[in-house]
Design a protein around this ligand. Structure first.
Ligand code: UDP
Length: 244
């Protein structure tokens, strides 16, 4: 029996997984922590084994953020391109970790670098998904002044994903920081407008607005919880659903 046959039926057919670059750095405070990358790759594989088509966007904040660069006197657009290049490094690290465990992938870059990654061609990316290749979308939107949250929402819409899974350090959206306040409460569901009005920091405002305008649900869950991603796809676990 193959892995898909042993798996519970998934509640989604095609999803976007968005993780920040910082999710890959472990406790190091900077850069890539290979065991952490490998652990997340296993989480992705376990969902892939259910037959779910998976898109991924990984941020670059563990290496470089445009805003931080421009705060130190660097020209903003240049700094943003450096941030986009950082996301390509993270995408390649994830590709390597996934392929080491037998999951076929494509890194698809919004900035052409043909020796390293495929250029973004929507129909080709859709075909990869149909062939069960994990598509890792790199270099953000290819434009400065955007973030990878917006890139994830854009690509999720283009790839007709049914939801964006935003992997974080906590198991959903809280009314205040649960790491600082014991009485913080988690929302099971919350509207896009409430997230925006209450500045809840799920994703940046442009990403939330783009998801809202296209009615694309955002599922916020903990990536630190082993099996959490797969559990939610199987209809279990705790998370917050951001919806219209
Ligand atoms: N970035 C950009 N355009 C995009 C996506 C990303 O200019 O479409 C740059 C921006 O400088 C950003 C950096 O890439 O700070 C890294 O992305 P992000 O901050 O979203 O990473 P994360 O916080 O998710 O790790």
């Amino acid at each position: 029996m193959n892995d898909a046959a042993q798996s519970p039926k998934a509640t989604f057919k095609r999803v976007m997984l968005k993780i920040s670059g910082e999710a890959l750095m472990g406790d190091q405070g900077f850069g890539l922590h290979p065991p952490t990358v490998q652990r997340i790759a296993q989480e992705v594989k376990s969902v892939h084994d259910m037959g779910v088509e998976i898109c991924m966007v990984i941020g670059g904040g563990n290496i470089f953020r445009g805003l931080a660069g421009s705060a130190q006197g660097m020209e903003r657009t240049t700094a943003d391109y450096m941030g986009m290049l950082a996301t390509v490094m993270n995408a390649l690290a994830m590709q390597s970790a996934l392929e080491a465990i037998g999951v076929y992938t494509r890194v698809i870059s919004a900035i052409r670098m043909d020796e390293v990654a495929e250029p973004y061609i929507r129909r080709r990316a859709v075909r990869h998904l149909e062939k069960k290749r994990v598509c890792i979308f790199a270099a953000g939107t290819g434009n400065p002044y955007f973030t990878t949250d917006t890139a994830a929402t854009l690509r999720a819409n283009e790839m007709t994903c049914e939801a964006i899974f935003k992997g974080t350090k906590v198991d959903g959206v809280y009314d205040k920081d649960p790491k600082k306040f014991d009485d913080a409460t988690r929302y099971d569901t919350i509207t896009y407008d409430d997230v925006l009005q209450q500045h809840l920091g799920v994703m940046d405002a442009s990403a939330i607005a783009l998801a809202r305008d296209n009615n694309l649900p955002i599922i916020v869950f903990s990536l630190d919880e082993p099996g959490g991603f797969r559990g939610i796809l199987a209809g279990e676990g705790t998370y917050t659903k951001v919806h219209g």
